[in-house]
Write a protein that binds this ligand. Structure first.
Ligand code: CMC
Length: 389
């Protein structure tokens, strides 16, 4: 009693045992359920990766088809969710809208509070993966003042998402398959990342045994922050502010003086090149072949080159992370910056749910309740207001 370790930010404290994702930050390795991210990004699909994360193993043909069918079947949301979303301010940030509407889903599926029944848990997991693109796309259309587009279940997961975002007429929307594939790869890269801030939020809230919608909504809240998922949006704003290659040295000096951070650089775990950033760089080329090159790419590449040769970054082992190049692709796909983190959230949903599932099935897990080191006063004597004033 009374004995504890002071570890703000949990830099050295394992909060759980997990078999979902493995990272070796020194070597730049990332594996989902033992499979290297490079192989999954190259040859799998986002929904297959989602299955892998949730169920712990790759699906056979029948399992995969059933999984894709179930998720496709549940893409629609209750009409009252639409009414709920229409109540947001016209300029509400889509992440705020997503967070609130995911939390609201628990009221539409009250049975989700029964977290001990495996079938019931699976139902909510399928629903959440299925509905996240619908909610994300509607948040986007809301900010644009455009009518919400209902899901088209003839399309794939990613194509349907693009259709709900960008469809402008009654005609069927047919996205460029290369762009849909690129987005699918980006979703795979974001699908899980072990005990990051938002996974920890999901687990922490989930440890109270609340329903999974409330837990995932907490994860979305954590992801919203600029040091976590919000970094990709911040990278784009930073690149735009730098404006041209000539301004980079001055900007880097400012970073080294502590005026600001080089967004999209550095990671709590990776002390080497983030393996996801490498794959994203390749995806950049594939997307730009279709859309034309984003002019900010030149600034990003030069910034990376200068930073990787600079002692400040070398000595602190600061390398580009997943967010450094992803925003450039999102922009080329016509997403406004405030949608970038929504894309991250859609990709991360299976990971949050896999972490949540592991938590609620772990007999050793207790309600999250860290200790503190109290630094305030003790035993003061209270003086009533009339005597104090
Ligand atoms: N630019 C400049 N200096 C940096 C940066 C950066 N991006 N990141 C870390 N440092 C410095 C930091 O100031 C500190 O220097 P010193 O030792 O002189 O005080 C040193 O490097 C160690 O940094 P830290 O803040 O102790 O590292 P952390 O593990 O607590 O933070 C981080 C990790 C990702 C929050 C941080 O690197 C950062 O803020 N990066 C920019 C934001 C960003 O790109 N976030 C996306 C992370 S990846 C996707 C995700 O997980 O959501």
């Amino acid at each position: 009693p009374g004995l504890c370790t002071y570890d703000p930010g949990f830099t050295n404290t394992a909060s759980c045992r997990s078999a979902v994702t493995f990272i070796d930050g020194e070597k730049g390795i990332l594996e989902y359920r033992g499979y290297p991210i490079e192989q999954l990004a190259e040859s799998s699909t986002f929904l297959e990766v989602a299955y892998l994360l949730i169920h712990g193993d790759l699906p056979d043909k029948a399992q995969y088809e059933q999984w894709v069918h179930d998720i496709t079947y549940h893409t629609f949301v209750h009409e009252n969710v639409k009414t709920f979303m229409q109540g947001f301010r016209y300029d509400g940030h889509p992440m705020g809208m997503l967070e609130a509407s995911v939390a609201a889903l628990s009221t539409f599926y009250p049975e989700s509070s029964n977290i001990t029944d495996a079938d019931n848990r699976n139902m909510q997991i399928v629903r959440m993966i299925a509905k996240m693109p619908t909610l994300g796309a509607w948040a986007f259309r809301h900010a644009q003042g455009k009518p919400y587009v209902y899901p088209d279940n003839d399309l794939s997961y990613t194509e349907n998402f693009l259709a709900m975002l960008f469809k402008m007429s009654e005609q069927k929307y047919e996205p460029d398959p290369r762009l849909a594939k690129a987005l699918d790869v980006l979703f795979i890269l974001h699908a899980d990342h072990e005990q990051n801030c938002s996974a920890n939020a999901v687990r922490s809230v989930g440890s109270s045994q609340v329903d999974p919608y409330s837990s995932v909504a907490a994860g979305i809240g954590a992801l919203y922050g600029p040091l976590h998922g919000g970094a990709n949006e911040a990278v784009l704003r930073m690149l735009r502010r730098i404006g041209s290659k000539e301004n980079i040295p001055g900007f880097i000096e400012g970073v080294k003086n502590g005026d600001e951070k080089l967004m999209g650089f550095g990671h709590r775990v990776y002390k080497n090149y983030d393996p996801r950033a490498k794959i994203i760089k390749k995806t950049c080329d594939e997307v730009f072949e279709v859309t034309g090159v984003n002019p900010l790419l030149e600034i990003a590449q030069e910034l990376e080159k200068i930073a990787l040769e600079d002692d400040y970054f070398i000595s602190r082992k600061l390398y580009p992370n997943v967010d450094f190049y992803s925003g450039l692709i999102y922009e080329a796909l016509n997403f406004p910056p405030e949608m970038f983190t929504v894309l991250f959230a859609i990709g991360r949903t299976p990971g949050w749910l896999a972490q949540w599932l592991e938590l609620v099935q772990d007999k050793d897990q207790k309600i999250a309740r860290p200790k503190q080191i109290y630094t305030g006063d003790r035993g003061l004597e209270f003086t009533p207001r009339e005597e104090r004033w």
